[in-house]
Each structure stands twice: as C-alpha cells, then as structure tokens.
Design a protein around this ligand. Structure first.
Ligand code: HEC
Length: 143
C-alpha cells in the first residue's frame, strides 16, 4: 500500500501546479481581453483589504449597523451626518458635505482637515492607490 500513496502524492502535486497554471492562463487571457475582470472590480477587491485594516474597527459595511462610527453602507452619494440614529458631532452634521467619490478621496487622506472638530480619530491614509481602491470598494456598498 505504501508504494501506492507514495506514487499518488507527486501526482496530486502536479495537479495543483497545473491548476495554478490554468488560473494564471485565465488571468493572462483576462488581461489580454481587457474585459475578463473589469479593472474597477479588481480595485474594489484590493479596497476591501484597505477597509478591513483601517475602517472596519469603527465602521460596518452593512446596512443599519453603526459601530463607533456610522455604517458606511450606501455612503457614496450620502449627505454627511445624515444617518438618523447615529450621534454625530455638530462639526460633521453641519459640514454640508456630500460624500461623492472625489470628496471621500480627500476626506480619507486627512479627515480632520476636511471636517475640523470631527470625532473620527483616524489620521488619514497616505497611499493614493489605497485611497483609490478603498473608494472603489465603498462604491460597491449599496443595495
Ligand atoms: C477610530 C474609529 C474610526 C476609524 C478607524 C475610522 N472612522 Fe470614519 N468615523 C468615525 C466616527 C466616530 C465618525 C463620526 C464622526 C463625527 O460625527 O464627527 C466617522 C465618520 C465617517 C464618515 C462620515 C459618514 C457620514 O455618515 O457622514 C466617513 C465617510 C468615514 N467615517 C469614513 C471612514 C473611512 C473610509 C475609514 C477608513 C479609512 C474610517 N472612516 C475610519 C470613526 C472612525
């Protein structure tokens, strides 16, 4: 029996390599065709990681779930300070901002500069790629 498992193992190993190659080939084909996975979808996948690492400690991505901060579900296009059961600072509620993708891009880089007096204790993201990807992810959070 031992020879049998010993022979099987390398076969399984090769199988794994070839499926990885297959995935790589699909990926390359996708790149070549341009439309296999829209660039924006790839940004959103990367952006989810940025969200998990930086925003998720205080914000939920699900509807009607406020944490330390208000839910970010549906945030793109929303008026600042407008979740009715969240207790905002006056600074945020009276900011008269609308969370367009462009406005969010500036905000996540330096929240305290955009909304002086906000309670959001987050210094800001530095990387432009992270910011861009994060906004692409936030844009997926709607019904
Ligand atoms: C330490 C907790 C904390 C972290 C981390 C944090 N936030 Fe916040 N956020 C808050 C709080 C609290 C508020 C409410 C601020 C106020 O009322 O002044 C807020 C408000 C916001 C708002 C305004 C929402 C609205 O309804 O007007 C946006 C947009 C936002 N945060 C985005 C983010 C993003 C994106 C990240 C990650 C890059 C992030 N926040 C990280 C705590 C946090």
């Amino acid at each position: 029996m031992q020879w049998f498992t010993a022979r099987l193992a390398p076969v399984r190993g090769r199988g794994a390599v070839s499926s990885r190659l297959f995935a790589l080939a699909l990926f390359a084909a996708g790149g070549a065709l341009g439309s296999f996975v829209p660039a924006h979808a790839q940004d959103a996948v990367a952006g989810k990681q940025v969200f998990e690492a930086n925003c998720r400690p205080c914000h939920s991505a699900r509807p009607n779930r406020n944490r330390v901060g208000p839910t970010l579900f549906g945030v793109v296009g929303r008026k600042a300070g407008s979740i009715s059961d969240f207790y905002y600072t006056d600074a945020m509620r009276n900011s008269s901002l609308v969370w367009t993708p462009e406005q969010l891009l500036i905000y996540v880089g330096n929240p305290h500069k955009v909304v002086p007096g906000t309670r959001m204790s987050f210094p800001g993201l530095r990387s432009d790629a992270d910011k861009k990807n994060l906004i692409a992810f936030l844009e997926t959070l709607h019904s």
